[in-house]
Design a protein around this ligand. Structure first.
Ligand SMILES: [Zn+2]
Ligand SMILES: [Zn+2]
Ligand SMILES: [Zn+2]
Ligand SMILES: [Zn+2]
Ligand SMILES: [Zn+2]
Ligand SMILES: [Zn+2]
Length: 249
């Protein structure tokens, strides 16, 4: 018999970490049960509760509840500072089955969002990660992100799609009066980023453009030691056999 040294992956797994160093079990604020790192074919859901997009890789999931999060969505910071709200930090919230209206793009959302109660500010996570300026093929100059239309009537007409916008964020060239909805100004760029600004790197959770100041992470991994992780994994196996109903779905 030839002794083969265990691969790096095996060593990492024994230490309670998955491939690429992700924790095998995490406690996440959005779900009452521990979430287990699962490969694509083991996942109990097809979409991520954090961003509503299709799961395409490993995810953190609760099999008993059919709840799953992209690894990067599970790592989105729970509190951030954002230039749209100079006075307060924004809190990451699950939509709790309801929906919110996003102040940035004007569309409704039903996944995680960043919120300030005092300012009544709600942002899609992807909108919270919008770059402060973009270059768009339809205009010669860089466009700057304004957190409200820089006009007296708080409205604008989008020079990309031709539709109006009001009381929402806008990318503008102030010099030329060129305006674009945030979605219109970033459509091509989003495609280039696989439709998910938070999924920019395997490390996950970091916005590639806007330096959001992370205040605390949404994952309670640091509170779990290896023995507890084992116990939690066992509990997941047990709860998976029962039909627990989650209130936060
Ligand atoms: Zn996601
Ligand atoms: Zn659950
Ligand atoms: Zn939005
Ligand atoms: Zn605020
Ligand atoms: Zn538009
Ligand atoms: Zn211009």
């Amino acid at each position: 018999m030839i002794a083969v040294a265990p691969s790096h992956c095996e060593i990492a797994t024994k230490k309670g970490m998955g491939r690429l160093g992700h924790e095998l079990v995490v406690v996440h604020f959005s779900h009452p049960h521990p979430l287990e790192l699962t490969s694509l074919h083991q996942q109990p859901a097809t979409t991520c509760a954090g961003c509503s997009r299709t799961l395409s890789d490993r995810a953190y999931s609760c099999k008993a509840c059919g709840y799953a999060l992209h690894v990067s969505c599970a790592q989105m910071p729970q509190r951030v500072r954002h230039p749209a709200d100079a006075s307060h930090s924004l809190t990451l919230l699950p939509s709790g089955g309801g929906s919110f209206s996003c102040n940035a793009c004007g569309a409704d959302g039903s996944a995680f969002f960043y919120h300030c109660g005092e300012c009544d500010l709600n942002l899609h996570c992807s909108c919270a990660a919008l770059p402060l300026s973009v270059v768009h093929a339809a205009h010669l100059h860089p466009l700057t992100l304004f957190f409200f239309p820089p006009y007296e009537n708080r409205g604008f007409s989008c020079d990309v799609c031709g539709h109006p916008g009001s009381y929402q964020w806008v990318y503008s060239c102030a010099m030329c009066g060129f305006d674009a909805h945030v979605g219109c100004a970033t459509a091509a760029e989003e495609e280039a980023q696989a439709n998910h600004p938070w999924h920019g790197s395997e490390g996950g959770g970091s916005a590639p453009h806007l330096a959001l100041q992370k205040m605390e992470t949404g994952v309670g991994v640091r509170k779990i030691d290896k023995r507890k992780a084992k116990r939690l994994a066992k509990r997941i196996a047990i709860t998976a056999g029962t039909s627990l109903i989650c209130t936060i779905l």
